[in-house]
Design a protein around this ligand. Structure first.
Ligand SMILES: O=C(O)c1ccc[n+]([C@@H]2O[C@H](COP(=O)([O-])O)[C@@H](O)[C@H]2O)c1
Ligand SMILES: Cc1cc2nc[nH]c2cc1C
Length: 356
């Protein structure tokens, strides 16, 4: 609890003065006002986060947190549960979908076990931050205790802190957990009082969507999570990797480092962090709009507009990694473009044949 409390207390808003300066600089560049659209918005946000006008997001990491879910026994996912541990190993060894996309973007993937139901050997390369061996079945009782929910959040904070210490200057949230779309829909419905039918989709595949909705409804009825208490909601109907990702968002904000969020599960986790400390919003950069129906609702609740719509629903942090080059472009824009004035002067020199 101490780490969570200290982290929450250390989060401040982005530097609005620096954002004003960045806006002035962006507006002076050689282009029609506002013509680089969201790229301008991102550059200004990055300046506010880092308190610098010379921007750098060259050291990138996707934090991919993996955990298992007890609600698997309710038949809410038609994929085998071993996929969770298989993909966590794949993250560490570099052969999953997110790894391929991160590689193309020059980013590393950090694989973290926050609650896989098996023990992994050190040689797996997966960082051990295990809080417990998977959650309990939320359709029968709380997924985890309040203390475990806090420890999961703190595991994410710890990883964020460790990565920033190693020089990482932009983070992204990613995850793996068979059944975590059930947990995410339950958290979203409980936190914002939605009917589960409005925020539940097929995930990675399910035999009956109606059955999945009924299980979520039952979990909320049995556990009665308190919408005013995000940790209570996380503990009762959430997941360990959701807590971990909320922690990564909080840790990023506390370190004044931008954090790119991925699809549905990542966005719901960011909402948990936002409910704990609304100032984290200044540090969050959205990436893509997941095909999962609850993703649009979650983005709107967070007040972010995903920049890409690639019909993706893989998770893992794949969409966030795909957005990394857009951040690079925003930095390059503010760092290397000439101003209208400089371009004019240069043009006059060229025309006067003064450039050798
Ligand atoms: O990120 C998304 O928007 C997303 C949407 C659907 C599925 N997923 C991935 O699929 C897994 C969960 O699917 P499920 O059906 O088992 O709940 C989990 O490991 C996620 O990474 C991810
Ligand atoms: C193979 C597979 C890979 C995944 N990655 C994220 N969720 C996933 C679900 C499955 C089934």
């Amino acid at each position: 609890m101490e780490l969570l409390q200290a982290t929450l207390e250390s989060i401040t808003e982005a530097n609005k003065e620096m954002m004003e300066k960045a806006k002035e600089k962006v507006d002076s560049l050689c282009k029609p006002l506002g013509s680089l659209g969201k790229l301008e918005k991102i550059a200004i946000q990055l300046a506010g986060i880092t308190e610098k006008l010379e921007l750098d997001v060259s050291n990138k990491a996707v934090i991919a947190l993996a955990a298992d879910h007890g609600v698997y026994e309710e038949n809410v996912s038609n994929n085998p549960q071993f996929v969770t541990v298989m993909q966590a190993i794949g993250f560490a060894k570099g052969f999953t979908g997110v790894c391929a996309i991160a590689r193309a973007a020059g980013a590393k993937v950090v694989s973290v076990d926050v609650g896989i139901k098996e023990d992994l050997p050190e040689s797996s390369g997966v960082i051990n931050k295990k809080v417990r061996y998977g959650t309990a079945n939320m359709a029968k009782g709380p997924a985890m205790s309040r203390e475990e929910a806090i420890r999961a959040i703190e595991a994410g904070i710890e990883v964020a802190n460790e990565q920033v210490k190693q020089g990482v200057n932009v983070l992204a949230t990613g995850e793996m957990g068979i059944c975590n779309t059930t947990a995410s829909s339950a958290v979203l419905a409980a936190l914002f009082k939605y009917d589960p039918a409005e925020v539940t989709g097929m995930g990675a595949g399910v035999d009956s969507l109606q059955h999945k909705i009924d299980v979520i409804r039952r979990a909320i009825e049995i556990n009665k999570p308190d919408p005013e208490d995000p940790i209570d909601v996380l503990a009762k109907v959430g997941g360990l990797e959701l807590g971990g990702m909320a922690g990564v968002v909080l840790g990023a904000a506390a370190n004044r480092v931008p954090v790119v969020i991925d699809g549905f599960i990542s966005t719901v986790s960011a909402l948990i962090a936002y409910k704990l400390e609304p100032k984290v919003k200044d540090y969050i950069i959205p990436s893509h709009l997941s095909e999962e129906p609850g993703a649009k609702i979650a983005s709107e609740l967070l007040g972010v507009e995903p920049m890409l719509n690639m019909n993706m629903r893989l998770g893992e942090g794949s969409g966030a990694a795909l957005a990394f080059p857009i951040l690079d472009a925003a930095c390059s824009m503010i760092n290397t473009m000439t101003t209208l004035e400089q371009s004019g002067e240069y043009m006059q020199k060229v025309m006067a044949d003064q450039i050798v």
